[in-house]
Design a protein around this ligand. Structure first.
Ligand code: ADP
Ligand code: ADP
Ligand code: ZN
Length: 215
C-alpha cells in the first residue's frame, strides 16, 4: 500500500506516520527528514537545501523528486510507503505520477489532514524530538510519560528544529497555501482524495486514518 499524508506543517503527518508504519507494515518517507539528514551530513544536496529550509521556503522540485525516486527503489520500501511532506507542489505531484507508472507502482490513498493555521503555529512552536531515536513530542500536547525521558528509548537529550519558530512558520504556512494546497484538487480529480479531521486528539486521528486505510 502506497499512501500520501497531505497537510500543512504541524498537521500531524509525522506523528501519525509512525503509528501507521507499525500497523500496516509500511515505511514513512519524509522528504523533510531526508533533507535534514543531508544538511547534517554536509553533502552537496545539504548545502543547497540548508538556507532555503531555514527560511521556510521550498527546495527546488528536481532535488526532492530525485531524492524520493531513489528512496522508493530501496528494498525496505517494497511493502509500501507513506509519503510525508512530498509532493508539495503540483509539478512534484505530476512527477510522482510519471515516476510511479515507470516503476509499475500506484498510489492507493491520498489523505488530507485538516488543521486551522492558529493551531498549527501552536503545534510547531512546541514541537521537539528525541535526539537519539527521533520520537516526536510537544511541550503541551504530547509529553513523555516521565518528564525529560524519551518513552521510546530512554534518551534524555532532545532537540528542536531550526525552522520551528514563530517567524519561519508564517512563511511555511504561506508556502503551503500557495504551493501545496493546489495539489488537493489535482488528487480530487483522480478520485483518490480523502480527508480526516486533524484537529482531534492524536489517538482519534489515528483511528480515523486506520478507518480510511481499511475501507
Ligand atoms: P507534521 O509532520 O505534519 O509537520 P507533526 O507530526 O510533527 O506534524 O506534529 C506537530 C506537533 O504537534 C508535534 O509536536 C506533535 O507532537 C503535535 N501533534 C501532532 N498531532 C497532534 C494532535 N492531533 N493534537 C495535538 N498535537 C498534535
Ligand atoms: P513540516 O511538515 O513541518 O512542514 P518538513 O519536515 O516536511 O516540515 O519540511 C521541512 C522543510 O524541508 C520545508 O520547509 C522545505 O524547506 C523542505 N522540504 C521538505 N519536503 C519538501 C518538498 N517535497 N519540496 C520542497 N521542499 C521540501
Ligand atoms: Zn528516544
Amino acid at each position: 500500500m502506497n499512501i500520501i499524508l497531505l497537510g500543512p506543517p504541524g498537521a500531524g503527518k509525522g506523528t501519525q506516520a509512525k503509528f501507521l508504519e507499525d500497523t500496516f507494515k509500511i515505511i514513512q518517507l519524509s522528504t523533510g527528514d531526508m533533507l535534514r539528514a543531508a544538511v547534517k551530513s554536509g553533502s552537496e544536496l545539504g548545502k543547497q537545501a540548508k538556507e532555503i529550509m531555514e527560511a521556510g521556503k521550498l527546495v527546488p522540485d528536481d532535488l526532492v523528486i530525485n531524492l524520493i525516486s531513489e528512496r522508493i527503489d530501496q528494498p525496505d520500501a517494497k511493502n509500501g510507503y507513506i509519503l510525508d511532506g512530498f509532493p508539495r507542489t503540483v509539478p512534484q505531484a505530476e512527477a510522482l505520477d510519471t515516476m510511479l507508472s515507470q516503476k509499475g507502482q500506484k498510489l492507493d490513498h491520498v489523505i488530507e489532514m485538516k488543521v486551522v493555521d492558529d493551531v498549527l503555529v501552536e503545534r510547531i512552536c512546541g514541537r521537539y524530538s528525541c535526539a537519539k531515536c527521533g520520537a516526536g513530542y510537544h511541550d503541551s500536547f504530547q509529553k513523555p510519560k516521565v518528564a525529560g525521558v524519551c518513552d521510546g528509548c530512554g534518551g534524555t537529550e532532545f532537540k528542536r528544529r531550526a525552522d520551528d519558530n514563530a517567524e519561519t512558520v508564517k512563511t511555511r504556512l504561506a508556502q503551503y497555501h500557495a504551493q501545496t494546497a493546489p495539489i488537493l484538487p489535482y488528487y480530487q480529480g483522480k478520485g483518490i482524495l480523502k480527508s480526516v479531521d486533524g484537529m482531534a486528539d492524536i489517538a482519534v486521528v489515528t483511528r480515523q486514518l486506520e478507518a480510511v486505510l481499511r475501507a
